[in-house]
Design a protein around this ligand. Structure first.
Ligand SMILES: Cc1cc2nc3c(=O)[nH]c(=O)nc-3n(C[C@H](O)[C@H](O)[C@H](O)COP(=O)(O)OP(=O)(O)OC[C@H]3O[C@@H](n4cnc5c(N)ncnc54)[C@H](O)[C@@H]3O)c2cc1C
Length: 391
């Protein structure tokens, strides 16, 4: 039986009071529930759908540790430990494969060298053109555009199709833990979660509903400027020789993540990409890809922001991203097997929303597109009592 089938039936609502009720069975909610169980607490997770279908299953499965800066770097490093622990408990695929950043110009390489100078040669391992070519499976005579690159070994890979469903299935087997599917939460007050099937009670409540916080607490969501960011994604058949489990990042990734944008050469890199590929900046592209255990490859992405997402996907954007991915892979074209639109919470006001919306009720949304990376770090910080509120 597949995990998705196994999760489908809605469970009965628990009658008693849990130590913790988590609303939302995405990775943020599930990481908190797993951490609660690890600390001996009872927990009820309430999810409106019959299986995880939100941002947590639509992403690259890249725990992007090294490219974070400041407080987020600290959270990401804590998260790494939590992911590996959870992977061991729940039997998740979570290779310590790192991320490979491909450099195809001297400016791109300069950004990587500067990050190496700042973080050290263990954290940012520079790679030669041939090492990058080998990792990408590119033939020796088809590496002309490669300059070099860097491996960021602390980064982790997980399978986004598997991680949240398997964590939920594991949780449901733990004493004191219940996962309630197919049950929409309609409101939350002190110690009580109101659902379409009746009330659920807990000492503490965590609202981990991502961008849908605006449906339950519109004022708090608006105060933080929460929007929906939609992303164009595709799954392709892997070129024959492409085998690395590392997440593969490119120049547009270096324009996106803070550790790269903080380097002295970041401005020159933006000018360079503006000159040679303005169409990538127009769609706020982050051209990157990750390989799944079955050998297929997830390719993305673009970013478009609005309060309510437009459902229509522009084929030109998808074609642009696939063309760029093919260039990096060194193949003429790629064969697409699936397309989808990802949606996550975003805010121009900061990467996290952490707000106490009622006594004992806290909302936690990652508003910067790195919720897979931060999830277990947020959970550790929540229970250690050192997660700062952002209001
Ligand atoms: C295309 C794409 C690529 C990405 N790539 C990466 C990446 O490589 N690395 C990374 O770190 N991050 C990445 N992200 C971001 C990451 O996926 C998100 O930040 C993270 O999944 C958010 O987790 P979540 O649990 O908050 O949200 P979700 O996974 O969306 O979960 C929220 C859950 O709450 C439930 N819910 C909502 N309202 C209610 C209600 N009223 N009652 C009950 N349940 C409710 C929803 O059904 C949903 O299951 C990517 C995102 C996308 C879309």
């Amino acid at each position: 039986m597949s995990i998705a089938t196994a999760l489908s039936p809605a469970a009965d609502l628990p009658r008693g009071r849990s130590d913790l009720v988590v609303v939302g069975a995405g990775i943020v909610g599930l990481a908190h529930a797993v951490e609660a169980v690890r600390r001996g607490l009872s927990v009820t997770v309430v999810e409106r759908d019959r299986r995880p279908v939100g941002a947590s299953v639509r992403n690259f499965g890249h725990c992007c540790i090294t490219a974070q800066e400041g407080d987020l770097l600290g959270l990401a490093e804590r998260s790494r430990t939590g992911w590996l622990d959870a992977a061991g408990r729940a039997g998740l695929w979570a290779p310590e494969a790192g991320a490979l950043v491909v450099a195809r110009s001297a400016t791109e390489l300069a950004v990587l060298e500067e990050l190496r100078d700042e973080r050290g040669a263990d954290a940012v391992r520079l790679r030669t053109r041939d090492q990058v070519g080998d990792a990408l499976g590119r033939a020796a005579d088809a590496r002309g555009d490669l300059v070099g690159g860097a491996l960021l070994p602390a980064d982790l890979r997980v399978n986004p199709r598997e991680a949240a469903p398997r964590l939920a299935a594991w949780l449901a087997e733990q004493p004191g833990a219940t996962v309630v599917w197919g049950t929409n939460v309609t409101g939350v007050g002190e110690g009580t979660v109101h659902t379409a099937r009746g009330d659920v009670h807990g000492e503490r409540v965590l609202l981990c509903v991502g961008h849908d916080l605006d449906r339950l607490h519109p004022a708090e969501a608006e105060a933080h400027g929460i929007e929906r960011c939609r992303l164009s994604m595709a799954r392709i058949e892997a070129p024959e020789a492409f085998r690395t489990d590392a997440a593969v990042l490119t120049a547009t990734s270096m324009l996106r993540y803070d550790a790269f944008t903080a380097t002295p050469s970041a401005a020159a890199l933006r000018a360079e990409v503006t000159a040679h590929s303005p169409e990538l900046l127009d769609v706020v592209a982050n051209v990157m890809f990750t390989r799944l255990p079955d050998g297929t490859v997830l390719v993305g992405d673009s970013h478009a922001y609005d309060a309510t997402e437009i459902p229509f996907q522009d084929e030109a954007v998808s074609a642009l991203l696939l063309r760029e991915a093919a260039r990096v892979l060194g193949v003429r074209e790629v064969r697409v097997t699936e397309r989808w639109q990802g949606v996550y919470a975003s805010s121009p006001r900061g990467p996290l929303l952490v707000r106490d919306v009622a006594e004992g009720v806290r909302a936690i949304s990652v508003t910067s597109g790195v919720g897979m990376t931060l999830s277990f770090g947020l959970a550790a910080a929540t229970f250690d009592g050192d997660l700062k509120t952002t209001d």
